[in-house]
Design a protein around this ligand. Structure first.
Ligand SMILES: C[S@@+](CC[C@H](N)C(=O)[O-])C[C@H]1O[C@@H](n2cnc3c(N)ncnc32)[C@H](O)[C@@H]1O
Length: 334
């Protein structure tokens, strides 16, 4: 399905100055952001021209089904790379390189990049754009279906055998909003491969993943999952005007610092732990002594809750990650 193109400002309406946009952020009066988050909003004329030129030269129209909202502001791409501290010798996974504007910055920082692009036209474009660069591999695949672990293991082994000492890779990506949850679920448990995952997400998703608080309706199993496997941080807001075509929502950059297995909360089985968490939230309005009855009796759940210092009437949205871990270890037998 094709987008209706948004009306764009004429190229001539952008400043003709070649001044580089510095990675400083204007204050934004969105109450959510005040005092806590930064906002990135400036534009770089070069990326606007480059993006349109790249698409026009191939007769391409952005595809909504692939979440094709291209970044027009190279300073935001630079800030994405610096949020992951990308440097010479790093191995970086980029999901959805599109026209290659972020890819370019990652390569210039000295990283070896694996770019996975679903759209065959954009994969071809990025391959041709960087045809003389041997630090880049472009795979035309759907990220949600590819064997990312085996791709990364062989990339890290190659980096090692060519003398680069990258124990872990990093992820830096402006991903299509519709695969955010899949990407997070796939990547966060990979702390043996990746040290950091830096994603440009829909702002609402970013806040939901990082900022959902206890007792709020946004608090879900995904929050337990994110904090089990990583230390997430909301970095800054990115206004929708930085993308072409402009989406209906703003975006935000989130960093997930991945934990290694030894740092995960101590549970005998992650499978039974997340199964218990999901069951608890399935009966969201129910007390845990009812929703966990398939695991043990109500009385046993009540006793376990009491022994971790919680009321016997607790509901899932009242439990922290640590509370869930202690409850699991009391009621789920080895
Ligand atoms: C939001 S655009 C970002 C493009 C580019 N990184 C940028 O910043 O301008 C998302 C990109 O991901 C690609 N894409 C969409 N679904 C994908 C998937 N399942 N696997 C890999 N790439 C995908 C799209 O074709 C598009 O190029």
């Amino acid at each position: 399905m094709l987008f209706l193109l948004q009306p764009l400002p004429p190229i001539s309406s952008f400043s003709t100055s070649r001044r580089r946009v510095e990675p400083s952020f204007a204050a934004h009066d969105n109450a959510r952001c005040r005092g806590k988050f930064h906002v990135a909003s400036a534009r770089s004329e070069d990326d606007y021209h480059a993006t349109l030129k790249a698409l026009k030269s191939r007769g391409l129209t952005p595809r909504k089904s692939l979440g094709q909202h291209y970044m027009l502001n190279s300073s935001i791409n630079e800030q994405l790379a610096s949020a992951a501290d990308v440097k010479e010798g790093d191995v970086v996974l980029e999901i959805g390189p599109g026209t290659g504007s972020l890819t370019n910055i990652l390569i210039n920082a000295g990283a070896t990049v694996l770019a996975i692009e679903k759209d065959p036209h954009m994969a071809l474009h990025v391959r041709e754009r960087f045809s003389s660069i041997d630090q880049l591999t472009v795979l035309q695949e759907d990220f949600t279906r590819c064997h990312i672990r085996s791709h990364m293991i062989s990339l890290l082994q190659n980096a090692k055998s060519s003398g680069r000492n990258s124990k872990y890779a990093k992820v830096v990506s402006n991903i299509p909003f519709n695969i955010s949850t899949d990407v997070v679920k796939q990547l966060l448990p990979m702390g043996d491969i990746f040290s950091e995952v830096v994603l440009l997400l829909q702002e609402e998703t970013a806040l939901r993943l990082v900022d959902a608080s206890l007792r709020s309706s946004e608090y879900r199993p995904i929050n337990i999952f994110v904090n089990f496997y990583s230390d997430p941080e909301y970095k800054f807001k990115v206004l929708r005007s930085n993308f072409f075509p402009q989406p209906n929502v703003d975006a935000a950059v989130v960093t997930f610092k991945l934990k290694e297995a030894a740092e995960y909360p101590p549970v005998a089985s992650t499978k039974s732990f997340f199964s218990m968490v999901n069951s608890a939230f399935n009966g969201k309005r129910k007390m845990l002594r009812r929703s966990l009855q398939h695991i043990c009796t109500s009385l046993e759940v009540e006793r376990a809750l009491e022994s971790v210092g919680l009321p016997v009437t607790s509901r899932p949205e009242e439990l922290t990650l640590d509370d869930f871990v202690r409850l699991h270890n009391l009621i789920v037998k080895g």
